[in-house]
Design a protein around this ligand. Structure first.
Ligand SMILES: Nc1ncnc2c1ncn2[C@@H]1O[C@H](COP(=O)(O)OP(=O)(O)OP(=O)(O)O)[C@@H](O)[C@H]1O
Length: 355
């Protein structure tokens, strides 16, 4: 873990929103309004159940929880080492849409083992339905996510962003291809193993927070650890609650917290397991621009100072400008891969896709 502590000790809300060096700092925030009804402690997280036709209970999973409940906690968990996953040597950028090779794979894409990535998808295809209702949501996507990087996934509505995230996170099964997550191929893993791997290695931040309403903030943050029978790392706990400015809100239930506070609790919950990768699905979509900027600043800090990997679906070019990379999807394919994206560059790319 790199030197994070002094940064974390600053009160969250008094921070000026951090701006990435490649972003336009003066541009007003333009956070997308909630598409799914906005923040609510009542929003049941059932859509995040295990990616199986079987009910989660039958596979040792906790219904409605992305990390599920283990039948037997994995003692080899990467988190047992007591540190965030080490940052790997940078891999080649994917430039996944580069058609330079006849097989459609970008130069360098296969140069390092996929197990070194935080997540990777090779030749990912996801088809929903059949016959007249058949939809190809992902169409032979090749993509790799280097550890310790922040990636934004963008594209028009229906382009496959959520499907890509769900397949990479093991929340949904692919139709064909290979998925690697936290150093393992998950494509063929049985559901019980996938649930455990996800619980131990993946953090989730959702647009609608998905906190459990009957639990306090503290209990919500601890939940994934409690499910795994693990204790929080005291130093990390302190860093998160201080850094996120929620130390004085820990005994409150979600209904007693503002939207921004709820999302910060959700952020702490995602980070407390020291996951290999955090998937964020429109994390600022239900927040006002200041709260959104603060959250993105904190996510950026987690990448820069903790070596965290973050993959974020967003509709907001300003939010994407906090990332190291913006992948642009169209019709289930990656059609652009922008390094150090600015809001302007992303808006321009989006206009090209939507025009
Ligand atoms: N469970 C499902 N059953 C059938 N079709 C689905 C399902 N989930 C997604 N799709 C279809 O797959 C395509 C990609 O959907 P997806 O939700 O990944 O897009 P998206 O880019 O995340 O869209 P949005 O920005 O509107 O959330 C769409 O055509 C969608 O209708």
């Amino acid at each position: 873990m790199k030197g994070i502590m002094s940064e974390h000790n600053r009160p969250y809300e008094s921070d000026e929103p951090w701006q990435p060096s490649h972003a336009a700092p003066s541009e007003p925030g333009s956070f997308t309004p909630p598409r799914h009804g906005g923040p609510s402690e009542h929003s049941a997280p059932s859509q995040w159940a295990a990616p199986s036709p079987q009910p989660a209970e039958q596979q040792g999973g906790q219904p409605g929880q992305p990390w599920g409940h283990p039948q037997s906690p994995d003692p080899q968990s990467a988190q047992a080492a007591g540190a965030f996953p080490a940052q790997a040597a940078p891999a080649q950028p994917s430039h996944a849409a580069n058609p330079a090779r006849p097989d459609g794979l970008a130069p360098g894409l296969l140069d390092t083992p996929f197990e070194t990535d935080a997540a990777a998808g090779i030749d990912l295809t996801k088809i929903y339905g059949d016959g007249q209702t058949r939809v190809t949501a992902l169409d032979s996507v090749h993509v790799r996510f280097t550890r310790g990087t922040f990636t934004a996934i963008m594209g028009p509505s229906g382009s496959g962003k959520s499907t890509l995230m769900h397949c990479l996170a093991g929340l949904d099964r692919i139709t064909s291809g290979r998925v690697f997550l936290a150093g393992q191929e998950i494509s063929g893993l049985p559901d019980s193993k996938l649930t455990t791997l996800r619980r131990d290695n993946v953090g989730f931040i959702f647009q609608s927070f998905n906190l459990l309403p009957m639990l306090t903030a503290e209990e919500n943050i601890r939940l994934p650890l409690d499910l795994a029978g693990r204790k929080p790392d005291k130093a990390l706990w302190d860093q998160l609650v201080t850094g996120l400015g929620i130390a004085d809100r820990l005994k409150h239930r979600p209904s007693e917290l503002s939207g921004g506070q709820q999302q910060r609790v959700a952020c702490a919950r995602a980070m407390i397991t020291k996951p290999h990768v955090v998937f964020a699905d429109e994390p600022t979509g239900a927040l006002d621009s200041k709260s959104g900027a603060n959250l993105l600043t904190y996510l950026r800090h987690c990448v820069d100072d903790l070596g965290q990997t973050i993959i974020m679906v967003t509709h907001d070019a300003k939010a994407a400008s906090y990332a190291d990379r913006a992948l642009m999807l169209l019709d289930g394919r990656i059609v652009d891969d922008i390094t150090s994206p600015t809001a302007e560059a992303v808006n321009e790319a989006m206009a090209g896709l939507e025009g």
